[in-house]
Design a protein around this ligand. Structure first.
Ligand code: SAM
Ligand code: SF4
Length: 396
């Protein structure tokens, strides 16, 4: 299967400027591998390549596999209280000013980012500063805002779509499929009308036991969506044993109680026939749909079965996240791990970005990670960030 860099040549032909910015971030993420042993007394901030913004934790959907609102979502019991805690635009702008000199790629997600009331001014502020922004959305607000998205020159949009109408809407909610398709069409229409190159349009499909048998047909249909990139996210899954081990580990090493990993213990990996999925993904990769196809992680197709059926077998290790990335939540809390906001390294309302990134809690985390077997905590076996940028284990 193709690796992350395989998208660059096609992007170069479509949008040179965007391809260069993405390549620059990937280069710094690659460089992070050589910084892994450095903890205290080193300016890690210089290598900040990717910053996740979660301006809101609120969401209009309740997707079944989601770590926040899914069957075991961490937000299910506390959303009403938590979603009152969003930060004002000025706080985010100040934070942007602090990180902009490092020229990181910005990944705006949520919750559903369109529910943050100042999403447009925030994104415009970052685009005007020359930052590459990617917005990850469920796509349900895209049609309504297509004109402004194109006018404001957002770099890329990654839209979640898991399947055709029946299965997608079973997983994500009634009417979602039609809204997403209408959104794709609206963006395409606006790009033509405004003669614009931006945004690059990506589709993200989370592979589960509910949709994997129909992925080939979805790929065929995607020819019509005029997308630039289709990411097959092989999905974040875990099990009771991994959760228990990680709980104990985080308590002992970092004195932290964790809640988030359990939210991916959903069982939507169970029963996936790795051999069949391998054939499906291989066929998809071999076809030319006019857009780039990526799987995350890029996996030796013969190991597809292992990915879903043997969750305790690592496929990536030596996580680089704390040496090149960070995630800021809706309440200003900063974490390394976007999907597991348990260990807080600071808060942007109280400290500068650089203080947080080079601070004691950040370095304690780096040290614990460096000292762990394979440079990875026991709970991170299928973590999306590690799947994207961790070191490939031989054979996988
Ligand atoms: C939590 S959502 C937030 C952004 C937005 N609300 C959306 O759905 O695109 C971020 C991404 O996680 C994906 N996702 C949902 N369940 C997942 C799982 N179990 N493993 C990996 N990614 C998952 C979503 O499809 C989406 O692409
Ligand atoms: S739209 Fe995104 S954040 Fe909302 S429930 Fe679905 S995956 Fe989770």
């Amino acid at each position: 299967m193709k690796n992350n860099l395989s998208m660059i040549p096609l992007l170069l032909t479509k949008n040179w400027n965007l391809a260069v910015k993405i390549a620059s971030s990937l280069f710094r993420i690659g460089k992070a591998r050589y910084l892994l042993k450095r903890n205290f007394g080193f300016d890690h901030f210089k290598n900040l390549a990717l910053v996740y913004f979660k301006p809101t934790g609120a969401c209009n959907l309740r997707c079944k596999t989601c770590g926040q609102y899914g069957d075991k979502g961490v937000m299910n019991d506390c959303a009403a209280e938590e979603n009152k805690k969003i930060l004002p635009l000025e706080t985010w702008k100040k934070f942007v000013d602090e990180i902009a000199p490092q020229k990181p790629t910005i990944y705006v997600w949520g919750g559903e980012p369109f529910l943050y009331p100042d999403l447009f001014p925030l994104c415009k502020y970052m685009v005007d500063k020359g930052l590459l922004i990617s917005v990850n959305t469920n796509g349900t607000f895209m049609e309504k805002h297509a004109e402004q998205i194109v006018r404001d020159k957002w770099g890329t949009i990654f839209v979640s779509l898991d399947a055709f109408r029946e299965v997608n809407d079973d997983l994500r909610g009634k009417g979602v499929y039609d809204k997403v398709i209408a959104g794709f069409k609206a963006i395409d229409r606006e790009k033509k009308k405004q003669k614009a190159k931006y945004p690059m349009l990506g589709m993200v499909t989370v592979v589960s036991n509910k949709n994997y048998m129909d992925l080939a047909n979805l790929s065929e249909a995607s020819r019509e969506y005029n997308i630039d990139l289709h990411v097959y996210n092989l999905g974040t899954y875990t099990n009771d044993n991994i959760v228990a081990t990680q709980k104990q580990f985080m308590k002992e090493k970092l004195d932290t109680d964790i809640d988030c990993l359990e939210s991916y213990n959903t069982g939507y990996n169970l029963g996936i026939d790795g051999k069949k999925l391998h054939v499906i993904l291989k066929d998809i990769q071999e076809k030319n749909f006019g857009h780039t196809i990526l799987t995350v992680p890029t996996l030796n197709p013969e190991k597809t079965h292992t990915y879903y059926a043997e969750l305790e077998t690592p496929v990536r290790n030596h996580c680089v996240v704390p040496w090149c990335q960070l995630n800021v939540d809706y309440n200003g809390n900063v974490h390394f791990c976007a999907d597991y906001p348990d260990y807080i390294i600071g808060n942007i309302t109280q400290q500068s970005a650089k203080e947080i990134y080079n601070g004691e809690r950040a370095n304690k985390f780096r040290k614990a990670l460096n000292e762990s077997e394979g440079g990875m905590f026991p709970g991170c076996l299928r973590c999306y960030q590690n799947m994207l940028f961790g070191r490939k284990i031989k054979g996988f």
